[in-house]
Ligand binder design. Sequence first.
Ligand code: GRF
Length: 203
Amino acid sequence: MERLRVAVFASGNGSNFQALVDAIEAGQLHATMELLVCDRPSALVAERAAQAGVDTFLFSPKQYPNREAYEAEILKQLEAKKIDLVVLAGYMRIITDTLVKPFYGRLINIHPSLLPAFPGMNAIQQALDYGTKVTGVTVHFVDGGMDTGPIIAQRVALIEEGAGIEEVTQSVQRIERELYPQVVQWFCEERIQLIDRIVHINS
Ligand code: GRF
């Protein structure tokens, strides 16, 4: 079986990007990291990509007339590199049909809550403010809505009495760094099947 050709979109720290690169280097993923797409040239994730020798498409959205224009440019890059799977990892921009349509079913996101609870920004803080006793991580397909696409995998993080944003963020991020590579490996093994909006993980 061919190695899965992966692109990551990220805007910030890039701990999920790093987890995927590390898993590939450790031989745990039958994949190659072909491209980082990053909308913030100063982001730490861009440095991580340079260190790992991963090609990067760095862009400033302000240099384009509108979202469609830079998404069309990104699409060209994805096609040129024959990307099989697009992995959003802290990419802080809405993605429109320009990218969602050609990549539907091959475009995934990770979100730090148990969706459909707490979509959008500051999901961990939202859970703390609501007073839930558990939160977690969701990996889902991207469908053009805000964190609304079909759910592929979820893991629970307990919110212990007295825990603050830092502790919960740490435990959520620990889970993310395990779960995302695992889900990508399921794609490598062609185990993921999307029927209507239900995702099946075949054994
Ligand atoms: C993660 O918490 C992810 O759930 C959210 O953005 C954050 C990105 O973190 N979508 P990092 O840049 O991968 O460290």
